[in-house]
Each structure stands twice: as structure tokens, then as C-alpha cells.
Write a protein that binds this ligand. Structure first.
Ligand SMILES: CC(=O)N[C@H]1[C@@H](OP(=O)(O)OP(=O)(O)OC[C@H]2O[C@@H](n3ccc(=O)[nH]c3=O)[C@H](O)[C@@H]2O)O[C@H](CO)[C@@H](O)[C@@H]1O
Ligand SMILES: C=C(OP(=O)(O)O)C(=O)O
Length: 434
């Protein structure tokens, strides 16, 4: 298990470029299974989760060739369907959340799929009902093999239908869309998730010959087609990384320019940081964060205490709440951070409390943060990263802290942030991997 040693208290300066979006690329790679033709994908981040999925595709028989630093071609002409029944395949799926999105394309094109309980962050219950019920509605049979702890899915033919999802699940919507594009007839999905990740997936599928309407809304209409073709696709900048860099600049009182952020796809993220008092400017497609000695949390119009809460898109993504919570520890004022979606994502605050932060964890979903207004710096600490976003939040805390810190289990950070210590050291951080 690798660790980071961080010497805190160094200001950052200069420019940083966000990587391609992890949660988009996981969907896009799975979608390449929907055609026998070549799909070229640009701006693929070099991170653990993505590399594991690419390897899994190769193991399944997909021809994958690297065409450039961040460009790959996928050709799923023939698959080794027997591999999909192997223990090795199931074991690999269980270490990767994105693997759940193999079901939709596999059932649509090859009429069968097998999947073990997918991995990903241990941040509370992560049920798969939306995926399973949606694909069952299209006509697939699911059975649970208790001995192998795996689901077996089969379908002779998928048929379009109307469905109202019980929740706007991101990967669930992607899975159902990928199944529906090759189903007979029309599928209507209401309460669909509509993050830029999904908008990008639907746009790519349409370029491949799919007929999807309602992109960017929560009502998708999909007219099934007989087959899809090859295409080219470029992954958007990772909005969670962009938000992490905004938080990092504010906490370390640094002047930073975040380049080519695709501002129109950031939704409410910039405004949410502004509500914490963080100043930032849109400059073309960049975000400029000036060095700020202090930032003051806003109140609501009626004077009541600010709440930052997650919500399905276009609400605030839950993946940035850990970073926003850390930023609040040095703000002027108080804020309630309400993580509605996941029930174990706030427990990392005990580490921040050890570092000197003033936080009251009210219950698993809510924490009140009373900011220090930079009057007292956090102290360096020794901690373990419980999940990807708590990991980056702790890294931000350590970069702003007095003294040196150690973060263990940084594989969690590597899951989603490319070459992070090299990129941050290039703008002034002092992080060593050991
Ligand atoms: C690989 C990937 O893309 N992972 C992302 C994806 O996970 P994933 O697709 O697994 O997450 P879901 O959207 O299915 O749901 C996330 C959690 O929120 C709850 N929920 C969801 C929708 C809703 O309207 N109400 C509600 O309470 C679910 O019960 C679940 O506990 O979306 C999550 C929510 O943005 C992000 O945190 C993950 O980074
Ligand atoms: C929770 C996340 O990832 P995953 O869904 O892969 O666990 C995340 O990206 O913040």
C-alpha cells in the first residue's frame, strides 16, 4: 500500500490542466461493446479505474490499441464469451464499479451477461435495483448464482417500453440506455439521470447510429436500431477534478488558473464554491482563482445558515462535497454540509478534527463546519484515505496544513486522479510518494 508524504504550507501558482472525466470514460468504454466497428476515444485519463477497465476489455477479447498519449481504439468484433463466465472475470468486475455497465451492452448485442457485485468506493449502500429493473423491463431475465455470488442475465430479444426509474441513477441510466439502443421499438426513460457524462454517452451513441432524443433532460426517448457503427469521441474535462483544484487553490490561498475546463458543462459547481465565499472568474474556457487571504461563507437570503447539499444533476454532485467540506474549515463563517445520497462519505471528518478543524458530525449525512478564517492553520497528521474523494480532500487539507502529513492507501486517490503528485508539485506542492 503506497503513501503520500506532504509538506504543508506551500502556496501554488501557475496553470493546471484537468484530465479527462473518469465517470464519463467508464460509460464510453463500455459502450464500445455495442458495435463490431472501431471506436476511437480521445482524452482518456491514465488512472487506475480506467486502466483496469481497458484491461478487462482486452481480456474479454476486444482489440484495444493505443494511438497516442491519451487516445485508444476499441474494436469489439468478436468476444470471448466463455471468459465472461470465468472466476477471473467475476473477480475483476468486483474490484471496479464501472464494470456494472457491461451488462447493458452485453445483453443488447450478445444476449447474455454475467456480473459479480461491482466494486468502487465503500461509501454506503449502493444498490443496483435501477439497473436490474430497467433492463428487466426491456425483457432480460436475471438470476442470482449464490455459489458464485454473481448475476446471470440473458435475453433472446429486448423490447422497448416506458419506464419511470425509482431514482435518477447515473450508471443505472447509462446501462439502460445502452441496452435500449439495440432493443426493438421505442423505450422511454423518465427520471433519467442527465449528468454531462450521460449527455456525452448519448451523443456518442447517436453518432454511432442510435436514435436518442431528450439528451440533457430527465426524459429520454430511444428508438431502437438494428446495429451501430464506429465513431470518434472526446472525453470532457473531469468536473470533479476541476472542483478539487478550485478547493485546493482556496485552501492554500493560491492564485491558480485551471485550463480548458469546459465551463458550460460544470453546471452549478462554480456557483457552489462562490456560496462558500471563494472568488473565481471564468476567463474564456479557463477558471482563474485569485489568491485570497479570506473567503466568507454566504447566508441564505433570509439570513439562515448556508447549506451545501448534493442532488441529482443539475444539482450539486455528491462527489465534490468532501472537498467543499475541507474548504469550509478555513472559511469565515459556518455551513451545514448535507450529503444526502451516501451514508458513509462523511466519516473522514474525524481525521480533519484531529488536524484541528472545527466540525460537528451531526449524523452520517450531515456535518456542521465552523471555519477558522485562516486564523489557525490545520496541523499535519497521519491518516488513511477511505475513499477517492475523501482522499483528495485529505490531500488538500495536508497541503494547507502546518508541518508534514502522511496519507496511506493512496490507491484510492490513484483510482481517479492522474499522476497527481507530479502535476501538483509542478505548481508548487511538496508531495512525495513512498
Ligand atoms: C462510476 C460512476 O459514475 N460513479 C458515480 C455514479 O455512481 P452510481 O451510478 O453508482 O450512483 P447512483 O447514481 O446510482 O446513486 C448514488 C447514490 O445516491 C442515491 N441516490 C441517487 C439518485 C437519487 O435520485 N437519489 C438518491 O438517493 C442512490 O441510492 C445511491 O446511494 O454516480 C454517483 C452519484 O452522482 C457518483 O457519486 C459516482 O461517482
Ligand atoms: C464514488 C466515486 O466513484 P465510484 O462510483 O467508481 O466508486 C467517485 O468518482 O467519486
Amino acid at each position: 500500500m503506497a503513501s503520500f508524504v506532504i509538506e504543508g504550507g506551500h502556496r501554488l501558482s501557475g496553470e493546471i490542466h484537468p484530465q479527462g472525466a473518469k465517470n464519463e470514460v467508464l460509460q464510453i468504454i463500455c459502450a464500445t461493446l455495442l458495435t463490431a466497428e472501431e471506436v476511437t476515444v480521445h482524452n482518456i485519463p491514465d488512472i487506475l479505474d480506467v486502466n483496469n477497465l481497458i484491461q478487462l476489455m482486452r481480456d474479454m477479447g476486444v482489440t484495444v490499441s493505443r494511438k497516442g498519449l491519451d487516445t485508444y481504439c476499441f474494436k469489439a468484433e468478436k468476444l470471448d464469451l466463455s471468459y465472461l463466465e470465468s472466476d477471473e472475470f467475476l473477480k475483476k468486475c468486483s474490484s471496479l464499479r464501472g464494470s456494472v455497465m457491461l451488462i447493458g451492452p452485453m445483453v443488447a448485442r450478445f444476449h447474455k451477461a454475467m456480473i459479480s457485485k461491482p466494486g468502487g468506493d465503500k461509501i454506503g449502500r449502493r444498490r443496483l435495483d435501477t439497473h436490474f429493473i430497467g433492463i428487466q423491463n426491456l425483457g432480460a431475465d436475471f438470476s442470482y448464482n449464490a455459489e458464485r455470488e454473481a448475476y446471470e442475465i440473458s435475453a433472446c430479444e429486448l423490447k422497448g417500453t416506458y419506464m419511470l426509474l425509482d431514482e435518477a441513477s447515473v450508471t443505472g441510466t447509462a446501462n439502460i440506455v445502452m441496452a435500449a439502443v439495440l432493443a426493438k421499438g421505442t423505450t422511454t426513460i423518465y427520471n433519467a439521470a442527465c449528468e454531462p457524462y450521460l449527455q456525452q454517452l448519448c451523443k456518442m451513441l447517436n453518432r454511432m447510429g442510435a436514435k436518442i432524443q431528450g439528451i440533457a433532460s430527465n426524459l429520454l426517448t430511444i428508438e431502437g436500431v438494428d446495429e451501430l457503427h464506429g465513431t470518434e469521441h472526446t472525453i470532457l474535462p473531469d468536473m470533479i477534478e476541476v472542483g478539487s483544484f478550485i478547493g485546493m487553490a482556496a485552501m492554500t490561498q493560491s492564485e491558480l488558473t485551471i485550463k480548458n475546463v469546459s465551463y458550460e458543462n460544470l453546471g452549478i459547481i462554480p456557483e457552489s464554491f462562490r456560496r462558500l465565499g471563494v472568488k473565481l472568474e471564468q476567463r474564456g474556457d479557463d477558471i482563474y482563482v485569485p489568491a485570497q487571504e479570506t473567503y466568507q461563507i454566504e447566508s441564505f437570503i433570509d439570513g439562515s445558515i448556508m447549506t451545501i447539499a448534493d442532488a441529482p444533476w443539475p444539482g450539486l454532485t455528491p462527489d465534490l462535497l468532501s472537498v467543499m467540506l475541507v474548504v469550509a474549515t478555513q472559511a469565515k463563517g459556518s455551513v451545514l454540509i448535507h450529503q444526502k445520497m451516501f451514508e458513509s462519505r462523511l466519516f473522514f471528518v474525524d481525521k480533519l478534527i484531529d488536524m484541528g478543524a472545527q466540525i460537528i458530525l451531526c449524523d452520517p449525512h450531515r456535518a456542521v463546519v465552523i471555519g477558522h478564517n485562516h486564523a489557525m492553520r490545520l496541523r499535519g497528521g497521519n491518516m488513511t484515505s477511505p475513499d477517492i474523494r475523501a482522499g483528495i480532500a485529505l490531500l488538500i487539507a495536508a497541503m494547507s496544513a502546518e508541518g508534514s502529513s502522511r496519507i496511506h492507501n493512496i490507491e484510492q486517490i490513484d483510482r481517479g486522479y492522474q499522476d497527481i503528485e507530479r502535476r501538483l508539485n509542478a505548481i508548487g506542492a511538496r508531495i512525495t510518494r513512498i
